[in-house]
Design a protein around this ligand. Structure first.
Ligand code: LUZ
Ligand code: MOS
Length: 764
């Protein structure tokens, strides 16, 4: 194998930017329909829990333009879409478990007649009392799987020691709506030998497998194709699947193409979200703030079916100590079954909730110790070769480095001094600040998912087509993958095309998730490109009668000892074809040396960790409860960045999405389990006014051998900086009230801030 790889990476702008700005990028609903296309809509449950007494579709079927109405009994294969646990029907059979649960698929000539028909279905449900919070579910024994516990050292023994300061408390962390701009949808077209489905999914293979299961077919009869997503954020890792299954079911039944696109209202109401977590903890430290032990119990609101919840729960356990070393820990976590839509993957995948609780515990501990919070944080940061609770030893740790760089590079101490001065001088406005360090493990926690394939085709005109399992969802993965052949073959972008993600070209794909898509699929592409490079340079060495070791590619020519030869790329490729040399190669990559044994909860699950530290400054108005986010600075570990613009975009986007989750975005349910904040007027997402007034960022660059072209994953980690804004607000509240609430609740909406300010004073 050729070791030679150009170290000079070709940097380019996001290859989708022109298409996005001019409106030419194609999403599922932009695909030009075949003339005989039918449309589908879904009848969903109007109640959160109950028994279906009867469904009568007779009147609905009389509506002009309605072709058929499919119920659970019309499913030819298995009515089962659960990925981890088989606990979720595609269409409800005898019972409903959440409001918005699909019951029937209506197929018709257009969307108007479908809406009319939905309202004419006679549905009788015997209501039962729903459960809407995870602790109540736990108390009633509604759990998905037995709780899991991660341990290090001995917490019992440690907590019984004298002279330690102990703090106990609780958290209640709200969920989050994904709010991808493109709603869920799919377009299914029957083919001679099976079905072809265009889906807005992060998991083309999951869609393929589940359609096959629902139809009672084999996977090779189902071809799933994905051009791009208008955002995913985890919301389309598992939950694009049901809608694609319904479209496929209808298409096969009618033997015509069927398109199913959710409107925003149905999407928000029926799809799962980031999990709400409740947690109880106790933490103890020495008087000078060295944390000795931490015990925590997490109650995850899984919703009405497992979906990815057990995997999300596992990642909470991988990140419950965030960027800190704590010698004695016991963390238990349990997935609790409620009557809300099944919650699912969301950028960070349970990690953010785990980190929030340790940050809350440290905040209250520091308060009791009368030490600045950041002093306790800093003292306990992970150091090189520390042992994490799950058995992995950390290497190339960047906790202290990012923290120290942040302080010096952005003159943070001066800022803190002026914040303190402001608070001395002001009574009705208070400033608060917080540091937020992060440490996030990169790899799917399920080891088997850490594999990817790539197909590199060089056409005999010298142009290159690349297929991988990666799904482009705005994160820029196609751009980073395009940089691989550009770098290996020294080609301009116009010679490269990144093909759609297609389950017939690339099989058994892992979801585009876990921040690992560019690493896995890019590395598979690199391997295929390197094999082709070796083969082509071997052939060039025969043509040029020059030792292969002297040859390379540079700007569309073969070079000899870095001097341009007369042999161009196009000529070499055309001659290779004439000489019957294969110009197509498959690459396969599996992350080396990762493993995890869940029977002992120990192993080495992550290829590497991503680190960083942020600083957040806020001002609150004590009278109104309003606040402003004045300043955020971030020092983030990017490995050796292969695309600074994309890394910057992910850093800023993740940060703001995290701030939204922590401050504005509130999922409020009625006691009946009805989502009250079910539209963009009541569910507030960050906009231009909610981003920090000043944002300063800096990359720490250190080549990462397990990352693509020595870069590091960037998708999820920056979201967790958003937690810092929450604790800056809490710090400002504390400046006014002089005390912290025992139960730390998120998000910190102005309304909640106001309650914390004015009620906690009188109700300790
Ligand atoms: N999805 C998944 C993920 O299936 N496994 C993971 O470990 C993961 N981590 C983060 C985000 N999505
Ligand atoms: Mo994900 S939370 O689909 O990486």
């Amino acid at each position: 194998m050729l070791e030679k790889l150009k170290t000079k990476i070709k940097e380019i702008k996001n290859i989708d930017s022109t298409g996005h700005v001019t409106g030419r990028s194609m999403y599922v609903d932009d695909i030009i329909e075949r003339a005989d296309t039918l449309f589908a809509g879904v009848l969903t449950s109007p109640v959160s829990k109950g028994k279906i007494v009867q469904i009568n579709v007779d009147k609905a079927l009389e509506i002009d333009g309605i072709n058929c109405i499919l119920l659970a009994t019309d499913i030819p294969g298995e009515n089962q879409i659960g990925g981890i646990l088989p606990d979720e029907p595609l269409l409800a059979e005898n019972e409903v478990h959440y409001m918005g649960q699909p019951i029937a698929v209506l197929v018709g000539e257009d969307e108007n007649c479908i809406h009319k028909a939905i309202s004419l279905i006679d549905l009788e449900i015997e209501k039962e009392i729903p459960i809407t919070d995870p602790k109540t579910a736990f108390q009633k024994g509604k759990i998905l799987l037995p709780p899991r516990t991660f341990r290090l050292g001995n917490t019992e023994e440690e907590f019984s020691k004298k002279d330690l300061v102990i703090v106990e408390g609780s958290c209640d962390i709200g969920g989050q709506e994904h709010l991808y701009l493109e709603t869920q949808g799919a377009y299914a077209i029957p083919k001679e030998k099976g079905i072809y489905v265009i889906s807005s999914t992060q998991s083309p293979t999951a869609v393929q497998r589940t359609i096959a299961k629902v139809l009672g077919w084999s996977m090779h009869q189902v071809e799933v194709d994905v051009t791009r997503l208008g955002g995913g954020f985890g919301g389309k890792e598992d939950q694009a699947t049901p809608w694609a299954c319904m479209a496929a079911l209808a298409a096969v039944r009618m033997n015509k193409p069927v398109k199913l696109i959710l409107d925003r209202y149905v999407d928000i109401r029926s799809t799962g979200k980031r999990h709400r977590y409740m947690a109880d903890y106790r933490i103890c430290s020495t008087k000078d703030g060295m944390i000795q032990a931490y015990e925590v119990m997490f109650y995850q609101d899984a919703g009405a079916a497992a979906d990815l919840s057990p995997a999300v729960l596992e990642r909470t356990l991988f990140h419950f100590t965030n960027a800190y070393f704590i010698p004695n820990v016991t963390a238990t976590a349990v997935s609790c079954k409620t009557n809300l839509p099944p919650n699912t993957a969301f950028r960070g995948f349970g990690g953010p909730q785990g980190m929030f609780v340790i940050e809350a515990a440290i905040t209250r501990l520091a308060d009791k110790l009368k030490l600045p919070r950041e002093e306790v944080q800093k003292k306990n940061l992970l150091k090189e070769n520390d042992l994490l609770p799950y058995g992995q030893i950390v290497r190339n740790v960047k906790t202290n480095l990012s923290w120290d760089t942040l302080i010096t590079n952005f003159d943070i101490n001066k800022r803190i001094a002026s914040i303190n001065k402001f608070n001395e001088e002001n009574k009705l406005k208070k400033k608060g600040y917080a540091f937020m360090p992060i440490c996030f493990g990169i790899s799917f926690t399920k080891t088997s998912l850490n594999q990817a394939s790539s197909l590199v085709n060089i056409y005999y005109d010298g142009s290159v087509g690349i297929s991988t399992g990666a799904v482009e969802m705005g994160q820029g993965v196609n751009t980073r993958i395009a940089q691989v052949p550009m770098t290996v073959f020294s080609l301009p972008l116009n010679k490269i095309k990144i093909e759609t993600t297609n389950t017939t070209r690339i099989i058994n794909t892992s979801p585009s998730a876990a921040s690992s898509t560019a690493d896995l699929n890019g590395k598979a592409t690199e391997l295929a490109c390197m094999t082709l490079k070796e083969r082509l340079l071997q052939f060039a060495s025969e043509l040029l009668e020059t030792p292969m070791e002297q040859l390379d590619f540079e700007d569309l020519y073969v070079t000899n000892n870095n001097q341009k030869t007369s042999l161009s790329w196009d000529e070499l490729i055309s001659k290779a074809y004439e000489n019957r040399i294969s110009l197509s190669e498959k690459g396969f990559y599996a992350t080396p040396s990762i493993h995890f044994d869940s029977s002992i909860e120990k192993g080495h699950p992550f290829a590497y960790h991503v680190y960083g530290t942020s600083f957040h400054e806020v001002t609150i108005d004590v009278v109104k409860g309003t606040y402003s986010l004045d300043y955020v600075a971030v020092v983030h570990d990017v490995g050796k960045s292969m695309n600074k613009l994309i890394d910057q975009g992910q850093l800023e986007g993740g940060l703001v999405q995290g701030i939204g989750w922590m401050t504005l975005e509130e999922l409020r349910y009625s006691d009946e389990g009805r989502l009250l904040s079910n539209s963009l007027s009541t569910y507030k997402v960050p906009d231009i006014y909610s981003i920090p007034k000043v944002l300063e960022t800096m990359f720490l660059e250190d080549p990462e051998p397990h990352g693509l072209l020595k870069s590091k994953a960037i998708g999820e980690p920056p979201l967790m900086y958003g937690i810092g804004t929450y604790f800056a607000l809490l710090n400002a509240i504390n400046q006014y009230t002089g005390k912290l609430p025992n139960t730390i609740i998120s998000p910190m909406t102005p309304e909640r801030l106001f309650t914390f300010l004015h009620l906690s004073r009188h109700h300790p």
